[in-house]
Every structure is written in C-alpha cells, then in structure tokens.
Design a protein around this ligand. Structure first.
Ligand SMILES: C[S@@+](CC[C@H](N)C(=O)[O-])C[C@H]1O[C@@H](n2cnc3c(N)ncnc32)[C@H](O)[C@@H]1O
Length: 204
C-alpha cells in the first residue's frame, strides 16, 4: 500500500514540537460544546483528537470518551489536561486505522474535526469504512467538514473537502440528520466548514 507523508506520526509530531499547530483552537470547539448540551450521553470516539480540548469537554458533560491520536505530544497534552480537570478520558496513542477490529461496533458517536482533511484524500473511502465499523448500529458521525474553500489539487494537509464529496462518501447506508453552516463556527472558519451529522443506518 502506498504511504503518504501525513501517514507518519512524526510528520504531525514535528508540527506540534515546532509549536505550529495552527488548527488548535486552544479550547473546546463552540459548535461541539453546544451540541454536547443536547446530545444524550454515550460512548464517543474522537479521531485525530489533537490536544484534546473537546475530549475533556465531552467527558465533563458525562460522555464516555475515547480519544485517539498518534502524536506523542498531542496525547501528552490531552492527558495533562484531563488530569488537571479531573475527568476520565481513555487515550489511545495509535494510528486511527488500527482501531479495527478491536473497537468494532463500540461507539454511539464519532467526532470528526480536521482529521478527514489531515489524511490523504486517497484514504477517504478507508476512513468511511473505519467510521462505519467503529460505530454501533444507529451511531452518529458528527463532523465539521473543512476546508470547503480549498481544492484537493492544491495539496495538503489540510486537503480540500467538498460537501458533495463528503455526502457521496457517506451515502447509503448513511442518513443525514443535520446539515448546516453554524453561527457558532469560529470567525476564521465561518463559511469554510459545515456541520453534517450522519447516522449509520444498518450494520452490514
Ligand atoms: C489537523 S490536526 C487536528 C487535531 C484536532 N482534531 C483539532 O481540531 O485540534 C490532525 C490530527 O490528527 C492526527 N492524525 C492524523 N492522521 C492520523 C492517523 N492516521 N492516526 C492517528 N492520528 C492521526 C494528527 O496527529 C493531528 O493531531
């Protein structure tokens, strides 16, 4: 199988070590924060969780959180934060693509923010299969799909993401539950990210 530069944990580790993680919001994502207040608590998995602000936020709201990232520095940051806030988070420092078969049908929710655009576009179908496998029947993929204003040809990461492509990848047996440009998107991402929640409709 072809390997891409961004398949290597060191690629991401170097960015964290250089203090160049421009994607990091420095706190929980407002769109997710609001959602967490209305969602029923359950088992949630955060793929490519970064420094873990959302992981800690969901744990504080009573969710059972599993957070996955293969960067040592990102995971260290998350563990430190969880300890400081005194909340449990199950932290996995590994490649997201190695979560199956161990975590098959394990989660009520998967949270996606700038992980889809971080992996190589040639792996997007693989990503869909991964998410499908990790979710329980009727589980939901909660995604802030970004960056909508970039094309794949411009390279990455982040690799350009188009709503039509996302919808075609997560088509049947997925069903769209929510699709909106949120007022709560941060200023620099307004109109450049879209909240789409997909529900897994069967277990085939
Ligand atoms: C653009 S960052 C986003 C981090 C976080 N979601 C956020 O919004 O702050 C992408 C993250 O995904 C992680 N990542 C990328 N590919 C991965 C993979 N195959 N397995 C595990 N983590 C991965 C990187 O280490 C990095 O922390």
């Amino acid at each position: 199988m072809e390997r891409y530069k961004e398949d290597s944990s060191q690629f991401w580790e170097d960015i964290y070590l250089a203090n160049n993680a421009g994607w990091d919001l420095g706190g929980p994502t407002p769109v997710f924060q609001k959602l967490s207040e209305t969602m029923s608590a359950g088992k949630i998995c955060i793929l490519g969780c970064g420094k873990g602000h959302d992981a800690v936020e969901f744990s504080q709201k009573g969710f059972e959180v599993t957070a996955v990232d293969f960067s040592k520095t990102a995971v260290h940051n998350l563990k430190t934060l969880a300890l400081a806030r005194n909340v449990p988070v199950s932290v996995i420092q590994d490649d997201i693509f190695s979560l199956t078969p161990k975590y098959r049908n394990s989660f009520d929710y998967i949270l996606e923010q700038t992980c889809f655009c971080a992996i190589n576009p040639n792996r997007r179908i693989e990503y869909e299969k991964l998410v499908f496998s990790l979710l329980k029947y009727s589980g939901k993929l909660i995604g802030l799909w970004f960056p909508l204003d970039k094309s794949r040809e411009e390279g990455g990461p982040p690799y350009g993401t188009k709503v039509d492509e996302v919808k075609s990848i997560f088509s049947s047996p997925w069903k769209i539950e929510v699709e909106e440009f949120s007022d709560l998107s941060i200023k620099t991402r307004k109109g450049r990210e879209k909240l789409i929640i997909f529900k897994k409709e069967n277990n085939e």
